[in-house]
Design a protein around this ligand. Sequence first.
Ligand SMILES: CC(C)(COP(=O)(O)OP(=O)(O)OC[C@H]1O[C@@H](n2cnc3c(N)ncnc32)[C@H](O)[C@@H]1OP(=O)(O)O)[C@@H](O)C(=O)NCCC(=O)NCCS
Length: 181
Amino acid sequence: MLIRRERPSDTQTVRAVTAAAFEQVEHSAPPVEPDGVPGEATLVGWLRDDPGWVPELSLVAESGPSGAEVVGHVVATHGRLADRPTLGLGPLSVHPAHQGRGIGSALMHTLLGAADATGEPVVVLLGDPALYSRFGFVPAGGLGIESPDPAWGDYFQARTLSAWRAEYAGRFRYAASFDRL
Ligand SMILES: CC(C)(COP(=O)(O)OP(=O)(O)OC[C@H]1O[C@@H](n2cnc3c(N)ncnc32)[C@H](O)[C@@H]1OP(=O)(O)O)[C@@H](O)C(=O)NCCC(=O)NCCS
């Protein structure tokens, strides 16, 4: 398996992988396009045109029989924490035929390492603590990071990085594209 930045030629495959991954998820975002793909697949396309897009942090995993098939994707984009650009992670997708082999974990570790290396203070996400605590995510509220939606409770999580400072706490808002879903 190889993890690398996405290239323009990956766009359609990333969309297909995201759609296939979220078609399995009971509470995926409702479709917003006539072809009925889950909203997360549309969101990835919107995010590429969003001011919060960070090209260094849209990563793909290559695997498969040919060794060069894109089978997974993760992206983090800049929302805002109080008045500061801050990374929100998602969607994270691994094609169902390739799940359970460590690809999602490799994408997550690579993204967190890249974000730390570029001086980002923190990454937030909405997801199951059972899955994300192994990557160092904790309930964001404990760090003073307020969720965009209080109903998310401990599912709104944060992973601090080397540049984190307690005074950065405040209310988080995702990149505007998330509000279109
Ligand atoms: C979540 C996802 C990216 C994990 O990818 P993966 O390549 O299967 O992950 P890994 O093989 O690295 O496994 C990581 C661990 O997470 C667990 N896991 C996978 N999905 C999980 C979920 N929804 N909730 C809790 N744990 C989960 C796996 O069982 C595995 O645990 P183990 O090592 O103790 O067996 C993939 O299952 C997927 O694309 N799911 C659909 C889309 C989705 O839910 N994305 C995340 C929310 S944005």
